[in-house]
Design a protein around this ligand. Structure first.
Ligand SMILES: [Fe+2]
Ligand SMILES: [Fe+2]
Length: 465
């Protein structure tokens, strides 16, 4: 097999015998994993997909019909900048790391493995969704997201195999062994073990959980370990579409719900009531907030000091890249009360990144609320307070209402059905999920998209069944 011909890349794979050998061993296992855990029931169908073929801004992707197992998962890094420097932390201004610095080897490997683990996890979570797609357009978008998450796994595996020797190869194998939601060998992060088995969950996942990915990748795109920075910079190009799928998907659900609200009872008319949409927002937003890690974190301080993980738009947004003196005020729970606490800024960087993320999510909410207003509906959707329903960090183990006020465990238990999807809510949503696969047709609970893909109309046959 001429590996480097099958794998589009700009990492000089044809010259790198060691990497070729590692990939040759890994590739059949990856393809097995894809067959077992990738989209169920559609492996032999032609799908109109985008494939990354270069890193040129104006011609990086090719659109054509492909069967998913034949997708050309490639390895692309943004081109290197001559004289790249470490952009923050204790070694600010020194030459960027081109190889893994020994003292940061474990931290870096952990960062890469944690990111890498999310990529196949999401494919596993979404593997049954194709069977209930609301349209061929949506089906194609699902598969686009899936193959690109597969490519992101490749991107992380490349870093592990190329820069971490034996342990890197073992970690690359382990990435194909864990399984989302499996109690014995779960994925590393909890949001990636939650079932994502209907399309409302899928749109929330791509809106909120993929958006966490954007912020993590952005922070790693600043990394002083240059191969990681350049890999993440290119992944962000693809990630934008995933969030588009979630953001516009939810907007279309909201639009349809609003139309049905004007006509009568949304449930009777077969739509998704606004309160169920709100509960799904609450669920996925809170789980996604957990992905940023603890509010007070010595890891975040260490990663920043070492120049491994920066802040969002570190170079563009900030002047002080050392951040040795600044402090950050946050709320913590002390003696069953919320109190202000000042912590060193470097220890608060998870919270700083989370705050950027929340601001970005708010823009989505504003778009959906505009849709409600345009449809003449006075109700509004909102983001829960960021202490609500948390399982990681300062607020884990305490209970908060939807606005973030501290409440008792009993009160939370009594009111949680108001805030989070109940089994009945989930069953109701699932009862609406019937496949619509005729070109140009759409399920009743969602509005069609404003435009199609790559200049094609909505009626285009995006997947040939
Ligand atoms: Fe990804
Ligand atoms: Fe993604």
């Amino acid at each position: 097999m001429n590996l480097y011909e099958r794998i589009p890349n700009n990492v000089n794979l044809s010259e790198d015998k060691k990497l070729q050998r590692a990939l040759e061993k890994w590739l059949p296992n990856y393809l097995d994993w894809w067959q077992q855990m990738g989209p169920d029931g559609f492996q032999q169908k032609d799908v109109y997909l985008r494939t990354a073929i270069s890193v040129e801004p104006d011609g990086w992707a090719n659109f054509d019909f492909v069967k998913m197992p034949d997708y050309r998962w490639g390895i692309f890094l943004k081109p290197a900048q001559p004289d790249a420097k470490i952009g923050f932390g204790d070694n600010y201004g020194q030459p960027a790391y081109q190889e893994v610095p020994g003292e940061f080897r474990n931290s870096l490997r952990r960062i890469i493995v944690t990111q890498g683990d999310t990529e196949p996890a999401s494919v596993e979570q979404q593997r049954e969704l194709g069977k209930t797609c609301p349209s061929l357009y949506d089906l194609r978008n699902l598969f686009q997201v899936n193959v690109e998450e597969g490519r992101h796994l490749w991107a992380m595996v490349y870093l592990l195999q190329r820069y971490f020797g034996r342990d890197g190869r073992d970690e690359a194998d382990a990435l194909l062994e864990r399984r989302s939601g499996n109690p014995d060998k779960p994925r590393i992060l909890e949001a990636f073990n939650q079932p994502c088995d209907d399309w409302l969950n899928f749109f929330c996942f791509t809106m909120f959980t993929d958006r966490d990915g954007k912020y993590q990748l952005s922070a790693l795109a600043e990394s002083g370990f240059e191969p990681l920075a350049r890999t993440c910079q290119f992944m962000l190009t693809e990630e934008a579409h995933h969030m588009f799928v979630g953001d516009t998907g939810l907007n279309r659900v909201v639009k349809r719900t609003a139309q049905l609200m004007r006509e009568g009872d949304v449930r009777e008319l077969g739509g998704i009531p606004l309160d169920i949409i709100q509960k799904h927002i609450n669920f996925w937003f809170s789980y996604s907030l957990d992905l940023f890690g603890g509010e007070i974190s010595s890891n975040s301080a260490d990663f920043f000091a070492a120049g491994l993980k920066g802040r969002y738009k570190e170079q563009e947004q900030y002047e002080d890249h050392i951040v040795a003196e600044q402090n950050f005020m946050m709320k913590v729970v002390e003696e069953e009360q919320l109190k202000d606490r000042e912590v060193a800024m470097r220890n608060a960087l998870n919270e700083v990144l989370r705050t950027e993320y929340v601001r970005d999510c708010e823009k989505g909410l504003a778009r959906w609320n505009k849709t409600l207003a345009d449809e003449g509906i006075s109700e509004r959707l909102f983001l829960p307070g960021s202490r609500f329903h948390r399982h990681v960090g300062e607020y884990a183990g305490h209970h908060f209402d939807i606005e973030g006020n501290l409440i008792s465990a009993e009160e939370f238990e009594q009111r949680k059905a108001e805030w989070l999807p109940t089994i009945a809510d989930r069953e109701y949503v699932r009862s609406l999920m019937h496949p619509v696969v005729e070109p140009g047709k759409i399920a009743n609970w969602i509005a069609p998209p404003a435009t199609g893909i790559k200049g094609k109309p909505f009626e285009f046959e995006y997947v040939r069944l």
